[in-house]
Design a protein around this ligand. Sequence first.
Ligand code: G3I
Length: 467
Amino acid sequence: MLQTRTRRRAWIAGLATVVMAGAGFALSTQFANAQQSTLRSGADALGIDIGVAVNDSLLQNDSTYRNTIATQFNSVTAENGMKMEAVQPSQGSFNFSQGDRLIAFAQENDMSVHGHTLVWHNQSPGWVQNLSGEALRQAMEDHITTTMNHWEGDVATWDVVNEVVGDSNGQLRDSFWLRGLGEGYIQQAFEYARAADPSADLYMNDYSIDGINAKSDTYYQMAQDLVSQNLLDGMGFQAHLILGQVPGNMEQNLQRFADLGLKVRITELDVRIQMPASQQELEQQAEDFRRVVDICTNIADCSGVTVWGLRDGDSWVPDVFEGYGAPLLYNDDYTTKPAYDAVLEVLGGTPPDDDTTPPDDTTPPPTGDGDCTAVIDVVNDWGSGWQGNVLITAGDSAVSGWTLNWTWPSGQSISSSWNADISSSGSSVTASDVGWNANIAAGQTMNAWGFVGSGASASPQVTCTAG
Ligand code: G3I
């Protein structure tokens, strides 16, 4: 197995003396001196991956894009270039050019490569979607075997199957793979992958499994089964998140998979904001990124965090979620956002003096335990349930911790929540901060946490106690 952590530590030791050329990029002694101020150096010191999804066209054509990635990240994932439609556009005709380019870039800059993905219902070519039975099984085996053989030793970890569980009830996704091959296709895919490159770590990967829910429960059962057959090495949590909605039990969720002996990895992190994004929302986004990366650093077997794109304008989000955007660490002009500083800090670095992020010195450090008020904002109601976001406002002095109490008027209850510790007794609810969202500056309002409620949506009066 490729020992990326060991390899990376060796890289740090040799950094000052090594000049790497390639794709027009050279590591300078200036970078060596400034290494504590990059995401990469922080992650290297912690022995984890900080990764980014890479757009092949930008990699070829934009030297600032390349240099920023090589400087700030120690791991890359092809955003699209290793998917089946790119690699095998017609049956038996393989095109490895995008992946080869990414691997060359990664090797020139001593980065690891996370392979994404072998078996997925999206971005699969038409020809394979029209197969079934033995022809489809053979096609799956051929694709996995040929692709993994080609990149054996170059790709350390693979998303063998991607998004194979659907979005309701934790059932397997109704895809052409499932319809054509039956439920056994997932295990078969892992068997072919294990045989093709025994040195690669094999992962399942999906979205909306960051917290404990029916979908992640299904993966947990599948993981137990695959681990017992030595077919699975890791679990990928995509973490395509909405502002302020890091699941409250995300760490607990990742830990239960790690407790199976698996590596866990945050594979596609982004935090989308309803546009236009205010400065306060960008600060909240920074806290969301900080929390997610912190979760990874808290778990011994978390192999790393990958963000799904470099700059906001590179992201898939606005194309799919109308009105949402700004989900990443960089602005389009390559200046960094508050979220970048938060990730840097949690990786142990400090933002450089000449940081191009707009100054954030208008908020005094929270010191006091003043008054606070809170309201439940019903942001969505779909009949059988609803979503409440809880906004907390500090009074004349800063708040450095908060506890909320209220009583439901007509039998409501909370079915899941994020970013607060909750306890309920009958219709009474108590919610308190989870540490990182304890501090609210005087006069400021924080979109502090949220929940999914059952029963009729309601906004009862909330008592907020600071401290
Ligand atoms: O390749 C064609 C190109 O020929 C054409 O000119 C162009 C015109 O729009 O489209 C190109 O295809 C696009 C493709 O990305 C490659 O750039 C598709 O339109 C576009 O829909 C596709 O989007 C990708 C999406 O997966 C597809 O499902 C995103 O870039 C990519 O970020 C996204 O990534 C997925 C992960 O793989 C799995 N998890 C969810 C994540 C976000 O959807």
